[in-house]
Write a protein that binds this ligand. Structure first.
Ligand code: SF4
Length: 314
């Protein structure tokens, strides 16, 4: 049973260590703490990231950061306008809680006022409920929506049992792309011996048909708790791979480079053949506009943000 809570946080933006794709800085932002999708490989489930004693609570206790939009409004006054805001680095911003709390929506409305570029990571077609504000951000600055997909529908049922099926994600990608919103696919995680070349080819082909403009991938990272959890999963569903995984991850959190190297070379080749990029921005330079003073004429107070959130709650 999922338990929802409303919380207030001290900070909403985290500065990312690396800058990339020409942005002056990258900040991550998560509207929720906890993620209902409960993917078997979830890398967030570790001592490092999850504050709960019972770590599995991360998948059942979903906390909505009710002051997120207000804090963001304050933070965006202080950071450069070409700093990328990445939404959903550690929890899906379009998990079911968003239907109730609309925190992600309130955050997007604030970002639209400041015109910062945005990158959204999701596994959910719930994103379509925000197609209006996403279209406005896309036209005014820069928006990239990455759908994380690592398998077909059948395999997703065991790896990501509570997330919308990949076929639904492709449909959402198609709808957003048809509105001119830049979409891509994150083939993630690349689980050794499970996500093979055929899987990757199929995902890129389907993404291309759905209007995706870029492809990237990420390794399967396993440390402490998520490693124990994933090993139990592998033992149950892939008993023959159990020993291999234990050896592969005995002294490291990622598989030896050889596993992803071959797949990444293939991704680069196929995406180039299909005219797709392998970076977020590709040849598209973010349209960072000069800050217009009228954007800030309407001063918003904390109660305005509370109203914004309450109006959208059920
Ligand atoms: S969607 Fe991401 S954060 Fe949520 S459970 Fe899956 S891997 Fe973890």
């Amino acid at each position: 049973m999922i338990k929802y809570e409303i919380i207030q946080v001290q900070n909403i933006l985290n500065r990312h260590e690396d800058n990339f794709d020409g942005f002056s800085a990258v900040y991550t932002l998560n509207p929720y703490k906890g993620c209902e999708h409960a993917c078997q490989y979830c890398y967030v489930l570790s001592e490092k990231y999850v504050p709960y004693k019972k770590k599995e609570e991360f998948f059942y206790k979903i906390q909505s950061k009710t002051n997120a939009a207000f804090l963001l409004n304050e933070s965006l006054k202080k950071i450069p306008q070409d700093a990328l805001i990445m939404i959903g680095s550690a929890c899906d911003p379009y998990q079911p809680a968003e239907t109730k709390y609309k925190n992600t929506r309130s955050i997007l409305e604030v970002i639209y006022r400041y015109k910062n570029p945005v990158h959204i990571m999701t596994k959910s077609d719930l994103i379509l409920q925000d197609i209006d504000i996403l279209s406005k951000i896309s036209a005014a600055s820069f928006l990239a929506v990455s759908f994380s997909i690592m398998s077909d529908d059948e395999l997703s049922l065991i790896f990501e049992p509570r997330a919308p099926k990949p076929s639904k994600r492709f449909k959402a990608m198609e709808s957003l792309s048809s509105k001119g919103i830049r979409c891509g696919v994150a083939i993630s995680p690349l689980c050794p011996y499970i996500v093979n070349k055929k899987t990757v080819k199929n995902i890129i082909a389907e993404a291309n048909l759905s209007g995706a403009k870029y492809v990237f991938s990420d390794d399967l990272r396993l440390r402490d708790i998520n490693k124990e959890r994933f090993f139990v999963f592998v033992k149950k569903f892939y008993p023959k791979l159990s020993g291999r995984y234990e050896i592969m991850y005995s002294k490291r959190i990622s598989p030896p480079a050889i596993f992803s190297k071959k797949i990444n070379e293939m991704i680069e080749k196929i995406s180039a053949d299909m005219g797709m990029d392998t970076t977020l921005t590709g040849k598209t330079l973010p349209k960072i506009k000069k800050i217009q003073s009228e954007l800030f004429e309407e001063k918003m107070e904390p109660q305005d943000f509370t109203r914004l959130t309450q109006e959208k709650s059920f």
